[in-house]
Write a protein that binds this ligand. Sequence first.
Ligand code: AMP
Length: 278
Amino acid sequence: MQVFFEIKTLQAYLQNQRQLSKSVGFVPTMGALHQGHLSLIETAKNQNDIVVCSIFVNPTQFNNPHDLAVYPRTLEADCKMLEEANCDIVFAPSATEMYPSLPTLKFDFGTLENVMEGKFRPGHFNGVGIVVSKLFNIVQPNKAYFGQKDLQQCAVINCLVKDLSFSLDLVICPTQREKDGLAMSSRNRNLSEEQRVIAPEIYKSLTASAALLKNQSSTAVKQFIKEYFDVIEDIELEYFEISDFETLLPIEELSVGKTALCIAAFMGKTRLIDNIII
Ligand code: AMP
């Protein structure tokens, strides 16, 4: 496995690989890797000749300075995990390598900006759009891999690829969970022992509301979720939405196979998101 810190040297290497007709799979991450990330690497390995994983905690997508400051950074351990997963290339640029100057370009993802992550994290998707566009241009992959865990991000990147004609296929991979149902996340490392015990309630609330939605209105299910978290002191619900799984716009009625239940909640200062598609 080779580790690159500079855009130019990575590009020279990849150009060589492309001339040898090697297909390139790309997994962008912010590091602090876990089994969820590794499942993307594994899928990418099965579908491409070489796999590039980027590790970059992108400052432009953090609207909360505290969140950026405490975001876990574990490059050495990450590289070890990637090597064991047979990843071929790690790209771990510094912030100044990626942003010699702050970009002036701004993305607007339309209705996606007004709901859930777009609504509660203003500017977040602009930062995602900037960094993912830069990474796509640097790596020029044949396929790029993202997790359903960040469902709205998948919709944003789909829009980016379509509107800017990026010549690559997007592959969305299923959410990997801990045994107790908690969606794997780098942010889980910031939970205290007590918080970690209660955190699976987030996923449990989603499965419970999926069952309810079969014979109750969306208003009743939303009320159920509100009351569910009212009695759990350590979890503060930010939003719960019943949405179309592609547009992410709210829907009133269950449409089987196309309905996403999406949630964001705080445990102390740690913000967790999850979703299921029913
Ligand atoms: P992050 O490092 O959190 O930016 O995530 C990098 C990629 O891994 C994104 O495409 C995420 O959606 C994906 N990912 C994060 N957690 C999981 C998970 N539990 N299961 C599957 N994919 C995930």
